[in-house]
Write a protein that binds this ligand. Structure first.
Ligand code: PLP
Length: 369
């Protein structure tokens, strides 16, 4: 039996009839970008994430980039980012013209280690960008205390952790202004690229709305040099539909993680994911760690089980950041994670039996090697 890394089958089955009629409405509406469905999605998502304002944009990278821009962060400024993240978090800082300053994650959670933030702060530091990686909420109380002490802004990267919580509060509602992604493979994914900015600040929300649409509030009058990062009506309409399923699908991911936790207990050198005290995990990814990662991945592939590596090269060692002159050894925790992490299949619709099969194949691997 083949078990893909990601399958939309079960989710699409539940949505199919409504999604197709949504498409007809969209098609016949003759209004395709920034219209009433975007407005209603912005309201619905604001209510669901418990923030005052949502600004729909074209993707998660833009959401983060615009968030930094509206805080007037740019050239000469530094932003603290985790050394273990998807490159988009870091690119957003670079796009804004600021300098990313990397801080290592905790081994246990893969998330930014608040104990290491203070030593990375300089007079140029303007913001901290906690990334709720793999779906687990960062230690937000500690991050907030540091931000307050040094008068720094917080921009959460909530691309992977829709509806996770820290100390009872939803991710994406802590920072001054935050970005999220609705890339199709995300927990709350659209049917194309889409993203959003979340904030409780009316003025920042208005700035973001202006910035996403060529820096314009009134058509053909441009207050700032903005960009084109508009959300389209089709994606907003489909996201509106998906919103009513997300609680159920998040719970399903958490149940699948419990199956994995149970069936993968005490196997070889496997390190299983841990959820920190006060945090919840929405399991965008179920990430394990092993010294034999590459061999295990090849073995699983041979047996028809899809896996991915998030991420094989840490950002500071990417060719794209060569000009920053980082070297191997600069961020050893992120580097070691890149060599040892493996993401197992995880999506609503994955059954307990499929998880058992994955665990059985992993057990076989350790018996053979
Ligand atoms: C942690 C993180 N930040 C930002 C992004 C950027 O989102 P997008 O691909 O929608 O631009 C992604 C996803 O790709 C991500 O995983």
């Amino acid at each position: 039996m083949k078990i893909p890394f990601l399958s939309f089958d079960a989710m699409n089955r539940e949505l199919r009839a409504d999604a197709l009629s949504q498409f007809e409405k969209f098609f016949d509406s003759h209004w395709y970008v920034l219209g009433k469905d975007v407005r209603s999605f912005e309201q619905n998502y604001a209510q669901a994430t418990q923030v005052n304002y949502v600004v729909g944009v074209a993707n998660g990278l833009d959401a983060l980039h615009i968030s930094l821009r509206v805080l007037d962060i740019g050239e000469g400024d530094e932003v603290i980012v985790p050394s273990n993240t998807y490159i988009a978090s870091v690119l957003a800082v670079s796009y804004a013209g600021a300098t990313p300053v990397f801080v290592e994650p905790r081994w246990e959670t893969y998330n930014l280690n608040p104990d290491l933030i203070e030593s990375a702060i300089t007079p140029k530091t303007k913001a901290i960008m906690p990334v709720h990686l793999y779906g687990q909420a960062c230690e937000m109380t500690a991050v907030q205390e540091i931000a307050q002490k040094y008068d720094l802004k917080i921009v959460e990267d909530n691309a992977q952790a829709h509806f996770a919580q820290y100390d009872g509060q939803l991710t994406g509602s802590f920072g001054d202004v935050n970005g999220t992604s609705f890339y199709p493979g995300k927990n709350f994914g659209a049917y194309g690229d889409a993203g959003a900015i979340t904030t409780n600040d009316e003025n920042l929300a208005l700035k973001a709305k202006t910035y996403r649409n060529y820096g314009s509030q009134a058509k053909y009058y441009n207050e700032v040099q903005g960009i084109n990062s508009r959300l389209d009506e089709l994606q907003a309409g489909l996201l509106n539909l998906k919103l009513s399923f997300i609680e159920k699908w998040t719970a399903e991911r958490q149940q699948i993680a419990k199956y994995y936790d149970n069936y993968l207990k005490n196997i070889g050198d496997l390190v299983l994911p841990i959820t920190a005290e006060k945090a919840t995990h929405s399991y965008h990814l179920y990430v394990i760690r092993t010294r034999f990662r590459d061999k295990l991945q090849a073995f699983l592939h041979e047996k028809g089980i899809g896996t991915l590596i998030h991420y094989p090269v840490p950002t500071h060692l990417q060719e794209a950041y060569q000009s920053s002159n980082f070297e191997e050894g600069d961020f050893p925790i992120a580097e070691e994670m890149a060599k040892t992490v493996l993401s197992l299949p995880m999506y609503p619709g994955l059954t307990e039996n499929q998880v058992k099969i994955v665990a059985k194949v992993i057990t076989q691997f350790y018996e053979r090697f």
